[in-house]
Design a protein around this ligand. Sequence first.
Ligand SMILES: *[C@@H]1O[C@H](CO)[C@@H](O)[C@H](O)[C@H]1NC(C)=O
Ligand SMILES: *[C@@H]1O[C@H](CO)[C@@H](O)[C@H](O)[C@H]1NC(C)=O
Ligand SMILES: *[C@@H]1O[C@H](CO)[C@@H](O)[C@H](O)[C@H]1NC(C)=O
Ligand SMILES: *[C@@H]1O[C@H](CO)[C@@H](O)[C@H](O)[C@H]1NC(C)=O
Ligand SMILES: *[C@@H]1O[C@H](CO)[C@@H](O)[C@H](O)[C@H]1NC(C)=O
Ligand SMILES: *[C@@H]1O[C@H](CO)[C@@H](O)[C@H](O)[C@H]1NC(C)=O
Ligand SMILES: *[C@@H]1O[C@H](CO)[C@@H](O)[C@H](O)[C@H]1NC(C)=O
Ligand SMILES: *[C@@H]1O[C@H](CO)[C@@H](O)[C@H](O)[C@H]1NC(C)=O
Ligand SMILES: *[C@@H]1O[C@H](CO)[C@@H](O)[C@H](O)[C@H]1NC(C)=O
Ligand SMILES: *[C@@H]1O[C@H](CO)[C@@H](O)[C@H](O)[C@H]1NC(C)=O
Length: 459
Amino acid sequence: MVLAITGLFILASLAQATSALPSIFQPRFMIRRSTDDTNTTGVFGPDSKIWGEETPYYAVADYVSPPSSCEIDQVNLLQRHGARYPKKNPTKAMKSAIKKLQKVTITESSMQFISNFTYDLAEDDLTPYGAVQSFDAGIEAYQRYSFLVNTDSLPFVRASSSTRVVESAGNWTAGFAYGSNSTYEPVLSVIISEDGNDTLDDASCDALSNSDSPGDQESAWIDVYTPNITDYLNSGASGASLDNSDTQYLIELCPYVTVAYSERSEWCDLFSSLGIFPDYEYYGDLDKYYTTGWGQGTLGPAQGIGYMNELLARLTNTPVNDSTSTNTTLDSDPTTFPLNRTFYADFTHDDLLIAVYSAMGLFPTPTLNYTSTDDKETSAWRVDQMTPFAGRMVVERISCSDAYASGEGEYVRVLVNQAVQSMPFCDSDDNDLCSLDTFVESQAFARNSGYGIWDECSD
Ligand SMILES: *[C@@H]1O[C@H](CO)[C@@H](O)[C@H](O)[C@H]1NC(C)=O
Ligand SMILES: *[C@@H]1O[C@H](CO)[C@@H](O)[C@H](O)[C@H]1NC(C)=O
Ligand SMILES: *[C@@H]1O[C@H](CO)[C@@H](O)[C@H](O)[C@H]1NC(C)=O
Ligand SMILES: *[C@@H]1O[C@H](CO)[C@@H](O)[C@H](O)[C@H]1NC(C)=O
Ligand SMILES: *[C@@H]1O[C@H](CO)[C@@H](O)[C@H](O)[C@H]1NC(C)=O
Ligand SMILES: *[C@@H]1O[C@H](CO)[C@@H](O)[C@H](O)[C@H]1NC(C)=O
Ligand SMILES: *[C@@H]1O[C@H](CO)[C@@H](O)[C@H](O)[C@H]1NC(C)=O
Ligand SMILES: *[C@@H]1O[C@H](CO)[C@@H](O)[C@H](O)[C@H]1NC(C)=O
Ligand SMILES: *[C@@H]1O[C@H](CO)[C@@H](O)[C@H](O)[C@H]1NC(C)=O
Ligand SMILES: *[C@@H]1O[C@H](CO)[C@@H](O)[C@H](O)[C@H]1NC(C)=O
């Protein structure tokens, strides 16, 4: 009963919230696919590119250099921490599902390994593989943007205060130093407390409930896509009496055990053979869409306003103007928020990245819902390609000469996991460059504090 009411409330507030927004923020369709979607084999074998938010980072497209009459003069990186261990509630749920299976006799051969499986993962923290991902990203950042760096101008690095985020930033700076053969050794300059105003976390809005348990849409989807798998598991382990929720958590063992040991887990082979991962990925899409995406109404994207206003400040070399999640003490001090730098690197969480994409207007999507994956075919909203472990957005500021087709001036280009994004919200040109002025103009949602939305956070 309580669940049903909350569900209605979400749908009602979504309809209300989206119709009140300028048309630029209305959900709409856009397809941008640069990869071969039929090849889901990633670094950990079949289906490891479609593990939702637990997908290990991969480049969604090859890097494309800016047009020849243009030069990058500033880079803004916003990166998710590397692969982590499961959080507390999922840990409990995974152990309980394993226990149910281990107390009965397993007769199905593809499930035999479960009898001998020992669950001994840590909680919450960065895994060794997650550290390597962050380190590798640091090397790559140096190699790609070394021309922006000199001893007087090192990347300015900030992190949200979670241990895994701080350690990801630390490993990234170490990778950057390694890539430069220790010529350039950036340091983590600012750790922003997650207990206060924090533009690198999504916890600044009290009214937005945050939880690592499935919401209504996600729970409903679990009951659509898992029953066949639940039946299969129960018939291979008679008496286990698994329910659909158990199945969901058993599927999650695949990515978590894999990134914990840097080796493909047997759980992955079991569930790959059952063909479940495309539907599991859709679970991730729903999860993020209804956490800090537009499925949350406007409060989710509102979490991204603070970072967007910091980004606009950096792109335009002007002080931050924000009344949402920024810490004004930090942002008004040039030692903690310098302007006129060439390279900014910020470390964060997936939910905040989603909020920033949404606030900016990237990945516009039809309303996702639990009844079907049909939307998937037409939607750009793919969490595996948006916020994998160590996922990243790069905003390049680009200076073009008069030889450039769209004219002389400053431009902005946005890459997500290396794929250049088209930006219809600011009329990006054939090279997906948007003039800096137009970009700033297009960010009215952020510049106007989401039109008063932030006030709802304290209601
Ligand atoms: C699929 O992608 C992986 C990783 O990018 C690559 O190694 C593999 O060759 C690809 N397979 C096919 C059949 O294209
Ligand atoms: C489980 O472990 C036992 C004892 O180590 C071993 O005899 C058995 O072959 C193992 N079963 C599987 C399926 O690996
Ligand atoms: C890199 O990450 C690991 C966690 O796997 C952590 O122990 C280590 O301190 C991190 N390194 C730096 C330089 O932060
Ligand atoms: C790296 O630095 C060391 C010591 O400064 C030097 O001996 C070595 O040649 C450098 N390597 C490269 C590839 O530049
Ligand atoms: C702002 O940052 C300062 C410096 O880190 C910190 O002392 C203060 O508690 C923060 N305030 C809020 C509201 O987050
Ligand atoms: C469940 O399995 C049946 C029989 O194999 C199949 O027809 C049906 O489409 C499956 N349902 C789902 C939701 O996958
Ligand atoms: C923290 O955010 C609140 C709400 O936007 C704001 O009123 C307050 O001034 C901020 N505090 C600091 C230190 O920035
Ligand atoms: C940034 O650099 C520009 C050009 O060098 C200069 O005009 C401006 O005053 C600088 N701004 C700050 C805040 O240092
Ligand atoms: C859910 O998605 C289906 C398929 O795209 C669509 O037909 C239906 O109208 C959607 N329902 C809601 C409430 O958005
Ligand atoms: C800050 O933003 C508000 C809201 O858009 C605007 O009214 C105000 O003029 C801006 N302040 C500055 C100094 O640009």
